[in-house]
Design a protein around this ligand. Structure first.
Ligand SMILES: Nc1ncnc2c1ncn2[C@@H]1O[C@H](COP(=O)(O)OP(=O)(O)O)[C@@H](O)[C@H]1O
Ligand SMILES: [Mg+2]
Length: 275
């Protein structure tokens, strides 16, 4: 049975941008021609699940077409006791991985049994973090006086354990990419400090540092339509196009390249010409 590549978007911090990265990565993969299954393990928020429900509704209402992933209704797992929910997740995962090119798992901003198991299935873990020492604290601890990196922290431990389990069970490695999200054009000083700590930690616990995403309205304003910048085309333009959107698509392409994933089509000539 062909096995899908498994991408887990994780960080035990809420609001880091996991679901934002998840929906952008999925739509970019789909536009690159890949088939994708989605398991949203944030059983309560279901941001990624809701995004794709919005997408189906918007496309139907507007008579438009755009590629859809296979979305497993994981929200229903919330009503089961943990062991039963985990067993059902395992079944869904097993089924999905035989059917598609990529299984993408979005995870909650907390340490749950299901999320830990999901991390152990990853070929690639993508961890967004805000440009903030508050977010960094989930990955590494810095000395309060010198701001030197002193040790790794909670979420790094989760990834470490997932890697260990994977190596023992399947002799496979897990690639881990950490990227900064919601970068503001200002705050250069704070960013430099964080950059240095992130670099130091990357050597210590073994992750790659990916290109970050700027804080852009376009990354959130298309959510109610179930669309992302990857979907924009001369026919699908639910908001007025701007250079910001083209820049955002460029950022998303750079991210996909850094993740080693072939993304959506090159060049925005047609999109710009249709302005
Ligand atoms: N690059 C970005 N630019 C603008 N808004 C963003 C960006 N990344 C995330 N957001 C917003 O930040 C909030 C938290 O992001 P979300 O993806 O839900 O995080 P998580 O899934 O880690 O809890 C949401 O309101 C989302 O729209
Ligand atoms: Mg989320």
């Amino acid at each position: 049975m062909p096995q899908a590549s498994v991408i887990v978007v994780g960080n035990e911090k809420g609001g880091a941008g996991k679901s934002t990265i998840a929906i952008h990565t999925i739509t970019a993969l789909l536009h690159g021609g890949a088939s994708v299954a989605v398991l949203d393990l944030d059983l309560r928020q279901q941001s990624t699940g809701r995004f794709f429900a919005n997408r189906r509704a918007w496309l139907d209402a507007n008579g438009q077409e755009a590629p859809m992933p296979l979305v497993y209704p994981t929200g229903a797992l919330a009503k089961f006791a943990e062991a039963e929910a985990v067993a059902r997740f395992e079944d869904a995962f097993h089924e999905a991985s035989g059917e598609v090119d990529f299984v993408l798992i979005d995870t909650p901003g907390s340490d749950t049994a299901m999320s830990r198991i999901a991390h152990g299935k990853a070929d690639l873990i993508v961890t967004p973090m805000n440009d903030s020492f508050v977010d960094f604290d989930m990955l590494g601890v810095v000395d309060p006086v010198t701001l030197d990196l002193t040790r790794h922290s909670l979420y790094s431990e989760t990834v470490w354990n997932a890697r260990k389990a994977r190596a023992v069970a399947e002799r496979k490695t897990i690639d881990w990419v950490v990227l900064r999200n919601r970068l503001a054009p200002t705050e250069a000083r704070n960013r430099k400090r964080l950059d240095e700590r992130v670099e130091a930690l990357s050597r210590k616990v073994g992750f790659r540092v990916g290109p970050g995403l700027r804080d852009r309205v376009i990354y959130r304003e298309l959510f109610p339509f179930g669309l992302t910048v990857a979907d924009l085309s001369p026919t699908i333009r639910p908001v007025a196009m701007s250079l910001q959107h083209v820049a955002a698509r460029q950022e998303l392409r750079a991210l996909m390249t850094a993740l080693g994933l072939s993304g959506f089509g090159e060049g925005d000539g047609a999109l710009m010409a249709a302005q």
